[in-house]
Design a binder for this molecule. Structure first.
Ligand code: CMP
Length: 139
């Protein structure tokens, strides 16, 4: 079925001017960018987004990093978009990411790993609504 997923191009990638190269990977995989904006999140805004990781030892570092520079938040649409996007991103840790994936090519570490993607339909819907109003999604 056609799905939508929330994607974030993280500060390590926006700082290195990789937005276009990363978007090319999504488009080559058949994912359509139906909404996109560049924003600089506050640490509080990141904290709410990643609240599910609140108890993890890396939570504070994660919030600092995601608020350290602009990010590009986007909605990707396509057949099986949630799992397709996870394939294109590659494993969370770039050391484990398959060749040709975004994280294998661009990520610097498990924390500074260039992209985020929703992991399931329920989280995708929640994450999309955190950043976008319905009228901003143009399929
Ligand atoms: P993401 O898919 O955005 O969801 C949570 C993020 O936490 C994850 O990508 C990683 O970038 C980050 N993360 C996971 N494990 C670690 C870790 N051990 N140290 C720092 N950051 C981590």
């Amino acid at each position: 079925a056609t799905e939508r997923t929330l994607s974030i191009i993280k500060p390590d990638a926006t700082k290195r001017n990789l937005t276009g190269k990363i978007n090319a990977k999504f488009e080559e995989a058949g994912l359509r960018i139906v909404a996109q904006k560049r924003i600089h999140l506050s640490k509080e805004q990141v904290g709410v987004f990643y609240a599910v990781h609140k108890e993890r030892p890396f939570y504070d570092e994660l919030c600092e990093f995601m608020a350290s520079a602009p990010v590009v938040v986007q909605v990707l649409e396509g057949e099986g978009a949630i799992s397709k996007n996870r394939e294109v991103m590659g494993a969370t840790n770039p050391a484990d990411a398959a060749e040709g994936t975004i994280r294998a090519e661009f990520a610097e570490s498990v924390g500074e790993n260039s992209v985020h993607g929703s992991d399931a339909p329920e989280t995708a819907a929640e994450e999309i609504s955190y950043f976008f109003a319905g009228l901003e999604l143009v399929g």
